[in-house]
Design a protein around this ligand. Structure first.
Ligand code: GTP
Ligand code: MG
Length: 334
């Protein structure tokens, strides 16, 4: 298919085999490397195709063709604005939290939720899996979700409760959540490395990794392993960004916290993963429990363009909900 765009003829490639220089054998090797779609190839680096026996020169031709198909090249800043306008917003289920995020979670970037156990990271992930299926006028993206679960905490029962509350057919909602448990950090990376086809075929608009860091943290112990761990984490997160951009999907990761032994004032915890995770997550939100009950405090810690701030929400049977005015001002029991 040739599409005329502002006078420039652009060729659209649908399948790997449509690209110049890719026959069935090369296509198969590329698929074994995790490149199942033109979109994923467009985001590849030439040396990544080397294991498929493709020379750097040939790789560049292929990648260029794939890129031309999905238009990733230099643009003028006014066009960049148009690209930004393609960014879609997904509701968290809580209005104040959405406002904190500038209107909801963004597609094409990574949003990280970090906090202690029980702070609501996985509950938010569950809620987002349901919300993404809503139509845009209800804050959804009319899409499916992909859930990579490293701690075996995903529960379909919870999805059913949340779907019912929103008036959705629970069975249908559960069908639109593609789930995989990751057993090790390598397996977790493998799952994302091979996710492009599943994402495309199922119109996945939300990719969740819950938790991003738990396997890495338990497998790479000690100082001497740190550099290797960070390198792997970096690669993993970059894969996630590339998927989010290629398919205009929201990417969400969760992260635990570690105590800072040297802090006496302020927050004595910080998220795992150091600079790599900090710099690769576009938006970071710190979740913590209020002194009691279902209320949680969300703090926007970093964002490319939004100011820091705090909002509250609550976790109930129905899922993530706003805290009512009465609840906010309810006096403590004496
Ligand atoms: P870790 O993964 O252990 O680090 O914690 P997390 O941040 O992922 O916590 P999670 O999202 O699993 O939150 C668990 C909390 O959510 C529980 O302690 C409950 O307070 C709340 N919660 C979970 N399910 C329900 C439910 O069905 N009803 C209600 N009312 N609250 C729930
Ligand atoms: Mg969790």
């Amino acid at each position: 298919m040739v599409e005329e765009e502002e006078g420039v003829a652009k060729k659209k490639y649908q399948f790997l085999e449509d690209l110049p220089g890719i026959g069935p054998a090369t296509a198969q090797k590329l698929q074994e490397l995790g490149f199942h779609t033109v979109e994923a190839l467009a985001m590849a680096a030439a040396r990544e195709l080397e294991p498929a026996g493709i020379s750097e020169k040939k790789a560049l031709v292929i990648i260029r063709a794939a890129r031309s198909s999905i238009s990733v090249s230099f643009v003028r800043a006014d066009e960049l604005l148009k690209v930004r306008q393609n960014v879609l917003r997904l509701t968290s289920g809580s209005k104040p939290l959405d406002m904190l995020l500038g209107g909801g979670l963004e597609t094409q970037t990574i949003t990280e939720f970090y906090g202690e156990y029980g702070s609501g990271k996985s509950q938010l992930c569950h809620q987002l899996c349901v919300n993404v299926q809503l139509p845009p006028e209800r804050g959804g993206l009319n899409g499916a979700a992909l859930y990579v679960d490293t701690e075996n905490t995903f529960r379909t029962e919870r999805i059913v409760q949340m779907a019912r509350h929103l008036g959705l057919d629970p069975e249908q909602v559960a069908k639109n959540i593609i789930y995989a448990e990751a057993y090790t950090s390598d397996h977790q990376m493998f799952l994302l490395d091979n996710a492009d086809e599943v994402i495309k075929e199922n119109n996945v608009k939300l990719i969740i990794v819950d938790s991003l860091t738990s396997h890495f943290r338990s497998e790479y112990l000690g100082r001497e392993m740190l550099a290797r761990r960070q390198q792997r984490l970096n690669k993993h997160m970059h894969k996630l960004i590339r998927l989010a951009r290629a398919f205009n999907a929201a990417a969400v990761v969760t992260n635990q916290v570690m105590a800072k032994p040297d802090v006496f004032f302020g927050d004595a915890v910080h998220p795992i993963g150091g600079h790599i995770v900090a710099h690769t997550s576009h938006t970071r939100i710190y979740l913590r429990k209020a002194s009691r009950g279902p209320v949680r405090i969300a703090r926007l810690v970093s964002s490319p363009y939004l100011p820091e701030g705090e909002e509250i929400f609550k976790i109930t049977e129905n899922g993530i909900e706003d805290v009512s005015e009465e609840e906010k001002i309810k006096p403590r029991r004496r």
